[in-house]
Design a protein around this ligand. Structure first.
Ligand SMILES: *[C@@H]1O[C@H](CO)[C@@H](O)[C@H](O)[C@H]1NC(C)=O
Ligand SMILES: *[C@@H]1O[C@H](CO)[C@@H](O)[C@H](O)[C@H]1NC(C)=O
Ligand SMILES: *[C@@H]1O[C@H](CO)[C@@H](O)[C@H](O)[C@H]1NC(C)=O
Ligand SMILES: *[C@@H]1O[C@H](CO)[C@@H](O)[C@H](O)[C@H]1NC(C)=O
Length: 507
């Protein structure tokens, strides 16, 4: 887009962003907690809330392209939530009841919305049932607001660009000339720009934490299996996970609390991970003094390539953690040679994932009630037949073809998976156990693969803004099931630093 056009739009959007106060309720940057208060003191209805986000979407989406579809049923769902709250005598003002949630477009809904991972190939496909996480959202009385724009095939195709054939190119609402990272670009942008109350993204290796960093929001990448992957267009069940992308830690934890748990359609992983879910849920870990006594490690090598100004900010953040009672241990090593580790992980991860992707995508497509494509081979043929719409010249489909050329999990793939397990055990897991760490801290989403290969969780919190105004984040990671202490750390850090501000729509 031409620079002058961007500048004019930026001026309009800055005005739009300043609006949003009415009837005493401040819609702009509203938290789940504020929404609960608004519901119970009568200054807010779910209908008004949904209408606010629908208006935001119709104003901002032509530029930001964060949303692919809005739910034609959203206002009806909101009215139902309002009626339920009224007839409950105000009892129903907790959790996500009546709260609009935007879903990444690879999360299936059995309703008027399409589920396509941003690809035209899946347009018109019909799922048999809601995704496991959507079942939980509906049980909680949340409103399904619509589908958010992913990087197509959730980054197995258009890596990190935030582009999809159906949604177009998402832009970063802070600096319009920059992309928002992917693959959960749409949820990240929509949360940042107040186009939804809360959103859900998915991650295989960095896809929640990267766009969260770049859009100054909080992203939780849960332990694999903590949240069901049933009904989610897959990359690999070994690494895929569904998690919240929201404006505050507290909002993200509200969402996490709602979506975790056993699902018969993802029985093995959710069954194994349910031991990590604490009695009483996750809200109890939103503690002001959550940094106190925590052992936080700073592994070497991840801060390389950062500008002096950014490094100073990160250093200040470490001081803040210390000032709030954390034991921050610098100068730790994940591996004797981090570059060599990264190379080892990348090659084995790709080896494993391309075979797993073919198997799991074919299983997803075969299970649809109706679909124009029934296999990865069909998808590749579709892209070849529609090269302009699918931008084959720009993005190609090399990874899709490499996946198609695999033949299940053979000896090569088994060796790769075993190698990944060793690298995880001797890397992040060894370091955390040796040093008895509660978390490691790294910038942006830079340690994504370390978490990905072990199914380990991470939380990104806004950390600062670069010279041009592009946000950056800070990530706290732990071992499987460490969500309670990561939440304590992330919440206390957020309360102490308060870095997030609403986007400025700079050109
Ligand atoms: C109700 O709560 C909202 C949200 O915190 C607040 O903005 C508003 O001023 C309150 N209104 C009344 C009438 O108490
Ligand atoms: C789903 O896709 C169809 C095209 O196949 C379109 O007509 C319909 O409007 C889409 N649904 C929504 C809610 O946008
Ligand atoms: C960290 O992320 C920000 C965007 O969020 C980006 O501008 C910056 O270059 C990143 N730093 C590195 C070293 O990757
Ligand atoms: C670390 O590994 C990289 C990649 O394998 C290699 O190029 C480099 O020489 C190694 N560095 C050291 C200090 O061994």
């Amino acid at each position: 887009m031409a620079w002058l056009q961007l500048q004019a739009l930026a001026a309009v959007l800055a005005l739009v962003a300043a609006n949003g106060v009415s009837h005493g309720f401040e819609f702009h940057e509203a938290t789940v907690e504020a929404i609960h208060l608004g519901f119970s003191n009568g200054s807010l209805t779910s209908t008004a809330l949904v209408q606010f986000y629908l208006d935001q979407i119709s104003r901002l989406n032509p530029l930001l392209r964060a949303v692919i579809e809005v739910n034609p049923d959203a206002l009806r769902q909101a009215a139902r939530a309002d009626a339920q709250r009224a007839s409950s005598g105000g009892q129903l003002t907790g959790g996500l009841h009546g709260i609009p949630v935007l879903l990444k477009d690879n999360i299936a809904t059995l309703d008027a919305l399409n589920t396509t991972a941003g690809s035209l190939a899946l347009l018109g496909s019909v799922v048999k049932r809601d995704a496991g996480v959507v079942v939980r959202l509906r049980q909680a009385g949340a409103v399904v607001l619509g589908k958010a724009n992913p990087s197509e095939w959730s980054n197995f195709r258009t890596v990190d660009s935030g582009w999809s054939a159906r949604g177009g190119q998402s832009l970063n609402p802070y600096v319009l000339s920059s992309t928002p990272c992917g693959s959960s670009a749409g949820p990240g942008v929509a949360a940042a720009a107040n186009m939804a109350a809360v959103t859900l993204g998915t991650e295989t290796d960095g896809s929640i934490l990267c766009p969260s960093s770049w859009n100054s929001i909080v992203g939780i990448k849960p332990t694999v299996g903590l949240t069901s992957r049933s009904g989610v267009i897959p990359i690999t069940p070994r690494q895929d996970t569904v998690g919240p992308m929201c404006r505050t830690v507290s909002d993200a934890v509200q969402v996490l609390d709602t979506i975790v748990g056993y699902d018969a359609f993802d029985a093995e992983a959710t069954g194994a991970a349910s031991k990590y879910i604490p009695a009483g849920g996750y809200l109890q870990f939103l503690k002001q003094d959550g940094l106190r006594g925590k052992r936080i490690g700073v592994p070497n090598g991840f801060f390389q390539g950062y500008r002096e100004a950014e490094l100073r900010v990160y250093q200040q953040h470490l001081d803040t953690m210390r000032n709030h009672g954390a034991v921050v241990i610098e100068n730790l090593d994940v591996a004797a040679n981090l570059t060599a580790l990264a190379v080892d992980i990348a090659s084995n991860e790709f080896m494993a994932v391309r075979a797993e992707f073919k198997l799991s995508l074919n299983a997803y497509l075969a299970d649809l009630r109706y679909s124009p494509v029934r296999s990865l081979a069909d998808v590749i043929a579709f892209n070849n037949a529609n090269p302009v719409q699918e931008r084959l010249k720009d993005f190609g489909q090399r990874n899709l073809v490499a996946a198609e050329n695999t033949h299940g999990i053979g000896s090569v793939e088994r060796a790769a998976i075993q190698r990944l397990e060793e690298l995880s055990a001797n890397g992040l897991e060894r370091l955390m156990k040796e040093q008895q760490l509660d978390a490691i801290v790294t910038p942006n989403s830079s340690a994504s693969s370390l978490r990905a290969i072990g199914g380990h969780p991470g939380i990104v919190v806004p950390a600062g803004y670069g010279e041009q105004g592009v946000p950056f984040g800070i990530c706290f990671s732990g071992l499987q099931g460490y969500e309670p202490r990561l939440i304590e750390i992330a919440y206390a850090f957020e309360q102490a630093t308060n870095v997030r501000r609403a986007p400025m729509f700079k050109p």
